[in-house]
Write a new protein. Structure first.
Length: 195
């Protein structure tokens, strides 16, 4: 199995309440991550995580109303911190584009509201989609709409059958012409729906 060299959070966004921000910090503390929380003059916070080889990973949280908003990027090599960031993005419904970098390829993960929606493998020779979220609810809605078309086809067929019976029982040519016009319109609509 290939060894991961680093993980880059290229584009990360999380919006945390004060309580969630405290949970975020506690998550790292519980897993023995070395960190400092700096409170800036304007109410913003910086979370500084100690990565491998003494490098700092700085996560800047901007204070907006009653939320702490993280927007930015960082590069992490420590697997414990990588796993904690992944867990944080998932738990706090964050959005992110994450590059997991290996020696000969990069796996790109796209998160939306804490869920992986797409995984792409990128190599020098090109890229390949490994996973992509499917909108099952949307697909079910389309199936329902297809059912609505089938129901309309059934109703039109019943109307045509009724008009044909009525036409066969009529002797007046004017009424028969009117029924023929209506039959023509219904058969055209039926043709459109079945196409």
């Amino acid at each position: 199995m290939a060894m991961r060299l680093a993980t880059e959070y290229v584009k990360t966004r999380m919006q945390l309440t004060e309580e969630q921000f405290a949970e975020f910090i506690q998550m790292f503390v519980n897993h023995q991550a070395s960190l400092q929380v700096k409170v800036l003059e304007n109410g913003n916070h910086e979370v500084v995580l100690q990565d491998d080889a003494g490098q700092d990973v700085i996560l800047s949280f901007e204070r907006k109303w009653n939320y702490y908003v993280l927007q930015g990027s960082c590069r992490i090599t420590n697997m414990n911190l990588v796993n904690l960031m992944r867990k944080a993005v998932s738990s706090f419904k964050g959005s992110a584009i994450v590059h997991r970098i290996y020696s000969s390829y990069t796996m790109v993960y796209q998160y939306e509201r804490g869920t992986v929606v797409k995984i792409t493998e990128m190599r020098d020779t090109g890229q390949k989609v490994i996973y992509e979220y499917r909108d099952t609810a949307g697909e079910l809605q389309q199936l329902f709409q297809k059912d609505a078309v089938e129901q309309e086809i059934g109703m039109i067929q019943e109307q045509i059958d009724g008009l044909l019976d009525l036409r066969n029982s009529m002797t007046e040519t004017e009424i028969r012409r009117h029924i023929d016009g209506r039959l023509k319109a219904l058969t055209h609509r039926l043709f459109v729906l079945e196409a």
